[in-house]
Design a protein around this ligand. Structure first.
Ligand SMILES: [Fe+2]
Ligand SMILES: [Fe+2]
Length: 507
C-alpha cells in the first residue's frame, strides 16, 4: 500500500473512534507499519498529572522523567537527530535498545488543562518521510482535540441538563405549593404523554414528557377563587383561565434551554378545528407533541374528580373523547393510544395523602363565611360525613330580621347578625363544636358529643345577646336534635327548621 493510501485508510478508521485510548492504539499501529516506529509512548497530562495511556515497554521512573521535560516544550513537533544524542545519556539507552537513531516527538494542548505527548523512535528518516509524518501527526492531533472538545461539550451539556432538571424540580414544587391538583395533574399527564410518545416511537419523548410536566405551570397566575371554584366558571372567569398557556410560556421563557418545551406548552389547548386557544391554530399548524399532550390532558381531566364534577371511568372517558372531541383532537393519535391510556391509568398513582390534606385546607377558602368567620352552609354536608361519633345539632335563627332591617337599617341588621354569631361562639365554645352560617340569620352549631340539656346555654346566649343589643332587644328561635354517624344532615336540618316553623306559628 502506498503512503497516501495508508494515510487515507488511517483517516477513515480514526473518524469512527471516540476514545482517546483507541486513537493511541491506532496511531501506534500506523506508526509501526508505515514509519517503522519503535517504542511508541503516548502520554496525557491532565491538570498537571502525567498519565501514560499507551506504551510498548514498561516505563521506569527515569523514562518518565525523561519524557516529562518535553511536555513544556514550546515547539509542537520536533525530531532529535543522532548527532544531538549524547553517548551514555538516557535517550541513548532508550534508542539503542530499540535500534533507533531518531526520536520523534509531538506535543500539543487539547484544552487549557490537558496536554498530549506522543513519542517514538525510528531507524531511518528521509525528508519525504518527515513530511508524511508531519501530516499524519496533525491528523492525530485534530482527532484528539476533537475528542476533548466533544468531552467538554458533553460535560457542559450534562451540567446544563442538571441545571434544567433542577429548574424543573423547583417549578414542579412551586406548582404543588400553589395547587396540589395541578401538580398531580401535570405528573399524570406527563406519564400519559410519555407512554403515548413511546408507543408512537417518537425520538423526542423526553421533551414531550417535560413539556407535559410543566404544561399548566401558568395556573399559578390564576387566583384561587377561580382556580379552585367548586362551581361552574362564569364566562369572564373562563376567559381568565384561558390565559394559563401564555402564563406558562412567560414563566418558562426566563429559563434558557426550554425553548422547545415552551412552544409545545403554548399549544396544549389548541384544537384541530381552530376552536382552541390561545392562537386558534388549525390541524396542520399544531405540533404533534402538543396534540399528544392535549389528548393526555383531556383524558386526565375526565378521569379525576374536580371540585365541580366527579371523575368518569377510563373506558368511558375514551369513548367520550371520540364523540365529544371529534374534529378537535387527533383521532389517529387517540386510536393508537387507547391501550396505552388504559394501561397507564392503572399505573399512575394518585397524589399523596399529605398533598390531599393540603388541597383540602386550601379549598376551605370556599367554605368560610367572611362576615362571621363561621363555615358556610356548603361545608356542612361535607363536614357531616366526617362525623364519626354521636353528636348534637343546634339550629339558631334570629327572630324577625326583616322588621329589624326595616326599622333600624340593614347596617344595624348586619351588625346584629355578626354580634349574634360571636355570642354563639362564646357560649358554645365550651363544647367541642364547629360553627356554620347556613342562611342570612340562621346558624348551626355541631357539638361533637351527646348533650342532654342545652337550656342553660340557650338562656346564657339570650342574656348575652340582649345585653349586647339593648336598643333592639333581639330574640331568636332554636331547635336541636341528636346526630349519629351516617345520618342525613339535610333531613336532620329540615326537621329542625320545621320545629322552629311550628314554634313560630304557635307563638
Ligand atoms: Fe392547560
Ligand atoms: Fe392540563
Amino acid at each position: 500500500m502506498n503512503k497516501l493510501l495508508y494515510l487515507n485508510e488511517f483517516i477513515k478508521r480514526i473518524t469512527n473512534i471516540d476514545e482517546i485510548e483507541q486513537v493511541a492504539k491506532l496511531t501506534a499501529f500506523i506508526c509501526r507499519k508505515f514509519f517503522d516506529a519503535r517504542n511508541l509512548v503516548f502520554f496525557l497530562e491532565d491538570n498537571g498529572v502525567i498519565k501514560p495511556i499507551y506504551f510498548e515497554k514498561s516505563l521506569s521512573a527515569a523514562d518518565l522523567l525523561f519524557y516529562q521535560k518535553f511536555f513544556s516544550c514550546e515547539s509542537e513537533s520536533f525530531i532529535i537527530y543522532p548527532k544531538e544524542i549524547k553517548y551514555s545519556s538516557h535517550l541513548y539507552k532508550l534508542l539503542s535498545f530499540y535500534e533507533s537513531n531518531y526520536l520523534v516527538l509531538k506535543s500539543f494542548d487539547c484544552d487549557n488543562k490537558v496536554r498530549v505527548l506522543l513519542s517514538f523512535g525510528v531507524k531511518e528518516l528521509t525528508q519525504d518521510t518527515q513530511d508524511y509524518l508531519e501530516s499524519f501527526l496533525n491528523v492525530v492531533k485534530l482527532k484528539i482535540k476533537y475528542l476533548f472538545s466533544m468531552k467538554s461539550l458533553k460535560n457542559s451539556l450534562k451540567a446544563t441538563k442538571a441545571a434544567l432538571d433542577s429548574s424543573l424540580a423547583v417549578l414542579s414544587n412551586l406548582a404543588e405549593i400553589r395547587d396540589v391538583y395541578t401538580k398531580g395533574h401535570m405528573q399524570r399527564v406527563s406519564a400519559y404523554s410519555r407512554n403515548i410518545a413511546l408507543n408512537l416511537k417518537l425520538d423526542n419523548v423526553e421533551t414531550i414528557e417535560k413539556a407535559a410536566l410543566l404544561h399548566d405551570i401558568g395556573k399559578i397566575g390564576i387566583p384561587d377563587a377561580i382556580l379552585l371554584k367548586p362551581a361552574k366558571l362564569s364566562e369572564q372567569e373562563y376567559k381568565f383561565i384561558k390565559k394559563h398557556p401564555e402564563f406558562s410560556e412567560y414563566i418558562l421563557s426566563q429559563i434558557k434551554g426550554f425553548e422547545d418545551i415552551i412552544k409545545i406548552i403554548r399549544s396544549h389547548h389548541e384544537y384541530l378545528d381552530g376552536s382552541g386557544y390561545p392562537d386558534g391554530l388549525k390541524n396542520g399548524e399544531i405540533m404533534l407533541e402538543a396534540k399528544i399532550i392535549t389528548i393526555a390532558d383531556i383524558f386526565d381531566a375526565l378521569t379525576t374528580d374536580r371540585p365541580y364534577r366527579k371523575a368518569i371511568g377510563a373506558k368511558e372517558a375514551i369513548k367520550l373523547m371520540f364523540n365529544k372531541f371529534r374534529g378537535k383532537i387527533d383521532e389517529e393519535i387517540l386510536s393508537k393510544s387507547v391501550e396505552v391510556l388504559l394501561k397507564s391509568k392503572s399505573m399512575v398513582c394518585d397524589i399523596e395523602q399529605y398533598s390531599q390534606q393540603l388541597e383540602e385546607m386550601r379549598n376551605m377558602v370556599f367554605f368560610i363565611d367572611y362576615e362571621t368567620g363561621f363555615y358556610s352552609r356548603h361545608y356542612l354536608p361535607k363536614f357531616s360525613h366526617q362525623i364519626d361519633q354521636d353528636a348534637h345539632l343546634l339550629l339558631l335563627d334570629l327572630h324577625d330580621m326583616r322588621t329589624i332591617n326595616f326599622t333600624y337599617s340593614r347596617f344595624v341588621g348586619d351588625k346584629l347578625i355578626y354580634t349574634f354569631s360571636q355570642m354563639i361562639r362564646e357560649v358554645f365554645v365550651r363544647y367541642p363544636s364547629e360553627f356554620f352560617r347556613i342562611g342570612g340569620d340562621s346558624f348551626v352549631v355541631v357539638i361533637k358529643q351527646k348533650i342532654e340539656n342545652l337550656t342553660n346555654d340557650i338562656l346564657d346566649l339570650d342574656h348575652k345577646l340582649k345585653a349586647a343589643c339593648k336598643d333592639i332587644n333581639p330574640s331568636f328561635w332554636f331547635s336541636s336534635c341528636d346526630f349519629s354517624q351516617g345520618d342525613d344532615i339535610n333531613k336532620r336540618l329540615q326537621e329542625l327548621t320545621t320545629n322552629i316553623f311550628y314554634k313560630r306559628r304557635v307563638s
